[in-house]
Design a protein around this ligand. Structure first.
Ligand code: ADP
Ligand code: MG
Length: 244
């Protein structure tokens, strides 16, 4: 098995185990604003996906990702199956040359685009997009602009996703089953955004383990505070609008 293939299999295993551990938590979240199936759906789907990944013979990263995506599509059901799984099948192609910082960014961007295409949700609709968007944007910026180590970029992405999950609480659902509740969806944490965070946390844990490093400490506030570029930090509105 390629190293990358083995790393992706290990990540899928870790996600499956963690989702199983969070099954009741995810079910509780989905009972409040949905139909209480998210924990069971995800636990079943990821368990099957981990089995399917383990059964592959000497796979590369793309093959593992594709297999997991197909299995999630078939087994998770609901809104989350096609969104998490179908997007993975599609984005897997970005890993055809293995997992590098560049392919990981391309994968993350394609994945998010596909989730948006399929679900037609954007930030602020109280869905998984609220966790995925800040995670993907932060990851890309950390790699391409700030040039930080990939593991640190991933840690920052997890922080961003965590704040994205918190952001789902005070807003109103506009997509998916929770949107049927209208204003009653306000005050509830989105289950799919929570799953997205859990998945990212496990990717980070497995990456750190395989690199044999500690999970980097991140300054949780950093991505939302302007960096020390004097133009960006300026409170002169004319200077700020030049960037738009
Ligand atoms: P269902 O809503 O069909 O019961 P799940 O309970 O498994 O499916 O998944 C619900 C989650 O799916 C929501 O918490 C939300 O994050 C996500 N979701 C639902 N609809 C959409 C959409 N149109 N775009 C993005 N995410 C969505
Ligand atoms: Mg549901």
């Amino acid at each position: 098995m390629t190293d990358d293939g083995a790393a992706v299999v290990a990540a899928v295993d870790a996600v499956a185990e963690r989702i199983e551990a969070e099954r009741d938590h995810l079910t509780r979240l989905d009972s409040a604003i949905g139909d209480a199936d998210h924990g069971g759906n995800m636990a079943r789907g990821w368990a099957e996906a981990a089995d399917a990944a383990r059964d592959l013979n000497d796979p590369d990263a793309e093959t593992v990702a594709k297999t997991v995506g197909k299995t999630l599509m078939a087994e998770v059901g609901g809104a989350a199956g096609p969104l998490f799984g179908g997007s993975l099948v599609f984005a897997a192609g970005e890993l055809d040359e293995g997992v590098t910082p560049e392919t990981a960014v391309a994968f993350a961007e394609t994945y998010l685009e596909k989730v948006e295409d399929r679900g037609d949700a954007r930030v602020g609709d109280q869905t998984m997009v609220d966790a995925l968007t800040p995670a993907v944007h932060t990851f890309k910026k950390s790699i391409e602009v700030d040039d930080v180590e990939p593991i640190e970029a991933l840690a920052k992405a997890v922080d961003a996703a965590e704040r994205g999950v918190a952001f789902t609480v005070p807003i109103r659902a506009r997509k998916g089953r929770a949107s049927y509740l209208g204003w009653r969806s306000v005050g509830h944490q989105d289950p799919g955004a929570t799953s997205a965070l859990i998945i990212l946390e496990e990717l980070l844990a497995v990456a750190a383990e395989r690199l044999d490093v500690d999970v980097p400490e991140t300054d949780a506030a950093s991505p939302t505070i302007p960096d020390d570029d004097p133009e960006e930090a300026s409170d002169d509105p004319a200077a700020a609008s030049e960037d738009d």
